[in-house]
Design a protein around this ligand. Structure first.
Ligand SMILES: Nc1nc2c(ncn2[C@@H]2O[C@H](COP(=O)(O)OP(=O)(O)OP(=O)(O)O)[C@@H](O)[C@H]2O)c(=O)[nH]1
Ligand SMILES: [Mg+2]
Ligand SMILES: [Zn+2]
Length: 287
């Protein structure tokens, strides 16, 4: 079935490059049974969504997916490397739009001592602020049941860089789908995109749904002001009422509870660096 969208929705939200996103709930009028076409007549209000800066038009945003119960951010510490900065940007958006997030580290089979040590540090750091991390190897079929359990009766977004194994994961749980994945010999470090559009799949045994998306190189934040950024770092959010100034950006203001926690080791330095870098990247002229 293919469905057209009525023109009127296109002007609804001019700052978005896509008026309709995967996960949207809609009403359709069947146009032609024989040609299998329909017209979308109504888009229901979104419970939540994940959006990002459009890579082509920085001033516009792109809705990655809507009406989500959770998101699994696929990351790898090797082939390719996912930076903590990328993970933290994604987590900020999940906090801002109320989508619970779990970070899945794939390709454990490739990790040596160095990467396992790094994983241990990341796991402890994220656990301390309430984020779950899961280590898996799709290649060695390790950790897949734990993930499968999480998908039950939920709508789950899969995202992450290109080549981290999002489509491979869907193939592991639905062998019959045979989604296209990157050629094993094709790993070039350049992050070729194998999946080219977002697509939702129904889980076979329950009401769960999983959304595969094309890999993204960067995750540009939208609609988050410098002032509110720390609200989306859970470990900072709980401290900001203790800052002396209510417009504190936690940089070098006197009486800053966040900086104090940082000095005492209660806030992780790497997380603070992510905060600082994101803050620096927010163009406040928009607010
Ligand atoms: N060594 C190893 N390779 C894996 C693992 N999981 C996936 N791969 C390989 O990684 C490559 C990329 O996997 P894909 O599933 O295509 O990655 P993707 O995240 O869907 O990538 P895009 O569609 O481009 O966003 C493929 O060659 C997979 O076979 C794993 O656990 N270990
Ligand atoms: Mg893919
Ligand atoms: Zn402060």
């Amino acid at each position: 079935m293919s469905a057209r969208i009525k023109g009127i929705f296109k002007i609804d939200d001019i700052t978005s490059t896509n008026p309709l996103a995967v996960g949207d709930e809609v009403d359709v009028d069947i146009e032609s049974e024989s040609a299998n076409t329909a017209m979308i007549t109504h888009i229901y209000p979104r419970r939540n969504y994940i959006n990002r800066q459009s890579p082509a038009h920085k001033k516009q945003h792109h809705i990655v997916a809507a009406n989500l119960d959770q998101s699994l951010l696929f990351a790898t510490l090797k082939e390719p490397k996912t930076s903590q900065g990328f993970i933290d940007r994604f987590l900020v958006t999940c906090e801002a739009y109320h989508v619970p997030a779990i970070v899945v580290f794939n390709k454990a089979d490739l990790y040596r001592n160095k990467e396992m040590e790094k994983y241990g540090e990341l796991k402890a750091m994220y656990a301390a602020i309430g984020y779950r991390t899961i280590l898996i190897s799709l290649k060695n079929k390790e950790g897949i049941e734990e993930l499968q359990e999480l998908l039950k009766d939920k709508t789950t977004l899969l995202s992450g860089h290109s080549g981290v194994g999002k489509s491979s994961f869907i193939n592991a749980i639905f062998p019959e789908l045979q989604l296209k994945t990157q050629d094993v010999s094709g790993w070039s470090g350049k992050g070729l995109h194998t999946t080219t559009f977002a697509e939702m799949f129904d889980l076979p045994n329950d009401n769960g749904k999983v959304i595969d998306t094309p890999g993204m190189r960067e995750f540009g934040l939208v609609d988050i002001s410098r002032q509110e950024l720390s609200h989306y770092f859970p470990e900072m959010a709980r401290l900001i009422n203790d800052c002396q100034f209510n417009n504190c950006l936690h940089i070098n203001e006197p009486g800053c509870a966040v900086k104090k926690a940082l000095e005492e080791g209660a806030i992780n330095v790497e997380r603070y660096i992510s905060y600082f870098n994101i803050l620096d990247s927010i163009d406040d002229k928009n607010y």
